[in-house]
Design a protein around this ligand. Structure first.
Ligand code: SF4
Length: 90
């Protein structure tokens, strides 16, 4: 599936388009991906923020991204959610 979208500093998985195959989880080099059902309580804020990337109106846009049918269709979004934008770069 082509359901991993590019923000600015972060990638976001479309929770509606994802078929939960787990392929990305096993190949992510920094173990940044966890299935929704196994997200620990202290990371739930980021689970909700990932969904917000698609369901809320991001800075500079007039409508939510929604479910475009593939990241390649939409291209680089180039903007993050307010939560991610406010994070310090490490
Ligand atoms: S689990 Fe990962 S690789 Fe599989 S469809 Fe969802 S985002 Fe894509």
């Amino acid at each position: 599936m082509d359901c991993i979208y590019e923000g600015d500093r972060k990638m976001y998985i479309n929770p509606t388009e994802c078929i939960d195959c787990g392929a990305c989880e096993s190949v992510c080099p920094v173990d940044a991906i966890t299935a929704d059902r196994r997200t620990p309580p202290e990371r739930m804020e980021h689970l909700h923020d990932n969904r917000a990337f698609f369901e809320t109106i991001l800075p500079g846009r007039s409508v939510p991204i929604g479910n475009p049918g593939g990241a390649a269709v939409l291209g680089r979004v180039g903007v993050d959610t307010p939560l991610v934008s406010a994070l310090e770069e490490s």
